[in-house]
Design a protein around this ligand. Structure first.
Ligand SMILES: Nc1ncnc2c1ncn2[C@@H]1O[C@H](COP(=O)(O)OP(=O)(O)O)[C@@H](O)[C@H]1O
Ligand SMILES: [Mg+2]
Length: 273
């Protein structure tokens, strides 16, 4: 691993046991990947391919059977619960459905303050100022802090979820289908916000999506997952323009390209196989 690498995953295998009657599911099968500082690794694949399991393994929620996940050189597999809590300073997450992760009964400001209090980083007026700051960074006015989640649209709630992920100024954010529930025009706004934040803050993303167009827009490199394995991994432009794997080609063909010329070329290449 070089100094510029933040996360280094080697031969990661995650197996879900499902009782005695049903066979275990190998959801991640010998996955090896890395993420550099300030870059985005896109992970794409259809539903059930093991993408969320990979994100969960990085976050410490998945039953890792073997392999290694190193963050700034530190082994995360087998880390204690208390070390995991500390690591939430550096590794955060944005899920698909912010409504599930924002307590509807709590003012937004309380939810955003929680991580600051939990880590002893700020309280009182200082914490309130930081909440206002990060709301501003994601394009929301400070009075949002006094309001409740049900008052906001899906796109606004996703901005709030991003603000919460930013409160501790993490080095890595796992984005698991972070825009998949949003309308296309709102999706574009949130994706551009994430790109803008990366430019400003140098944060890295593990960007998980089933959507080839989205992953292409966001990623430095792309890993394509299928049945728990990485079938192809490389620079985003290479994966999209010259996919080597049959499964990657089928994903690209299924993804409508905004450019009809590209879409036609993909179709021709596909039928020429
Ligand atoms: N908690 C769990 N228990 C048992 N099987 C699971 C669990 N979570 C995921 N799986 C299985 O693991 C595989 C990968 O799931 P997942 O990582 O959620 O894929 P994706 O995010 O790509 O849709 C699927 O076959 C899924 O059914
Ligand atoms: Mg998933």
């Amino acid at each position: 691993m070089t100094d510029s690498e933040l996360l280094d995953i080697r031969d990661l295998t995650v197996t879900y046991r499902r009782g005695r009657r049903r066979p275990p599911v190998v959801a991640n099968d010998a996955i090896s990947l890395y993420i550099g500082r300030g870059e985005t690794l896109g992970v794409v694949g259809e539903s059930g391919s093991g993408k969320s399991t990979l994100g969960d393994a990085v976050l410490g929620f998945a039953p890792v059977t073997s392999g290694s996940i190193r963050f700034e050189g530190e082994e995360l597999v087998g880390a204690s619960a208390s070390r995991r809590r500390e690591l939430t300073r550096d590794i955060q997450v944005v899920f698909q459905n912010p409504y599930a992760s924002l307590n509807p009964a709590k003012p937004i400001g309380d939810t955003l303050r929680e991580p600051l209090l939990a880590h002893g980083l700020a309280r009182g007026a200082d914490a309130r100022a930081r909440v206002a700051h990060w709301l501003g960074v994601v394009g929301l006015p400070p009075d949002v802090a006094q309001r409740h989640p049900p008052e906001f649209s899906g796109g606004q709630r996703q901005r709030i979820a991003i603000a919460r992920a930013l409160m501790l100024e993490p080095k890595l954010i796992v984005c698991d289908e972070a825009v998949s529930a949003l309308d296309l025009s709102i999706q574009a706004q949130i994706l551009n916000l994430l790109l803008d934040l990366q430019q400003r803050l140098g944060v890295s993303y593990l960007f998980i999506t089933h959507d080839m167009a989205v992953v292409e827009h966001m990623s430095t490199r792309i890993a394509v997952m299928h049945h728990g394995r990485i079938v192809e991994h490389g620079p985003a432009a290479r994966i999209v323009q010259a996919p080597l794997d049959e499964y990657t080609r089928s994903l690209l063909e299924a993804a409508p390209s905004p450019d009809p010329e590209i879409q036609n070329r993909r179709r021709r290449e596909r039928t020429a196989l």
